[in-house]
Design a protein around this ligand. Structure first.
Ligand SMILES: Nc1nc2c(ncn2[C@@H]2O[C@H](COP(=O)(O)OP(=O)(O)O)[C@@H](O)[C@H]2O)c(=O)[nH]1
Ligand SMILES: [Mg+2]
Length: 189
């Protein structure tokens, strides 16, 4: 039987505003059928969730997305897609405890949507990386412009991604892990 002390479950958050591609990314990366809590949007969401920029969106994540990636025998990544809507902020403290850090997804047509997430992780010194999702117009801006718009510190990684592509999500995860490790004090020898 496996010694449980050899198992390293790592928790990673997927954050950002409404409709930035969190559910899409978790779905593309997870090896298990993601436990999604997407619900058909109802009249109740109208005026609460801003759907103007994503008119095709017919569902909304009510609680959170959950996915799993087994890296090898001893390393398992758990992905938590945190609800974009501010009425779910209370869940973040629980989710972020002991996490490696966060992927913050951004739709450049609505950058202000990701400010609450960035502020949240900055204030708690939780490592995060920015994933600029390839919505229309995403390639009209360069990294410098994105850094300016989001007021990022120079060490925060920024990467263009396509949330629908697993390889793209993996590359962003790798950036996060590298970034988190670079912030960890070296172990004294
Ligand atoms: N063009 C494009 N559309 C995307 C991408 N990622 C997600 N979408 C679409 O954007 C909409 C919102 O994505 P969703 O994952 O539900 O956003 P969430 O609210 O953050 O979970 C959906 O219709 C997706 O199919 C992407 O990388 N490129
Ligand atoms: Mg969602």
């Amino acid at each position: 039987m496996r010694d449980r002390s050899e198992l390293y479950p790592l928790k990673i958050l997927v954050a950002g505003g409404f409709g930035v591609g969190k559910t899409t990314l978790v779905r593309a990366l997870s090896e298990i059928e993601p436990l999604l809590t997407e619900q058909q949007m109802t009249e109740t969401s109208v005026g609460v969730d801003d759907t103007r920029a994503v008119p095709d969106k017919r569902t909304t994540t009510v609680a959170m997305d959950f996915g799993r990636i087994t890296v090898d025998d001893s390393l398992i990544l758990y992905l938590f897609g945190t609800p974009g809507q501010s009425r779910f902020w209370f869940m973040w403290d629980e989710l972020s405890r002991g996490s490696v850090g966060a992927l913050v997804l951004v739709d450049l047509r609505r950058v202000d949507e990701c400010f609450p997430a960035i502020d949240y992780f900055e204030n708690r010194r939780i490592p995060y990386v920015i994933g600029v999702n390839t919505f229309p117009g995403a390639n009209d801006h360069d990294e410098e412009a994105v850094r300016d718009a989001l007021a990022l510190s120079p060490e925060t990684p920024v990467q263009w991604i396509d949330a629908r592509e697993a390889s793209s999500g993996i590359a962003l995860l790798v950036r996060l892990v590298e970034h988190a490790l670079s912030r960890t004090a070296p172990v004294p020898t």
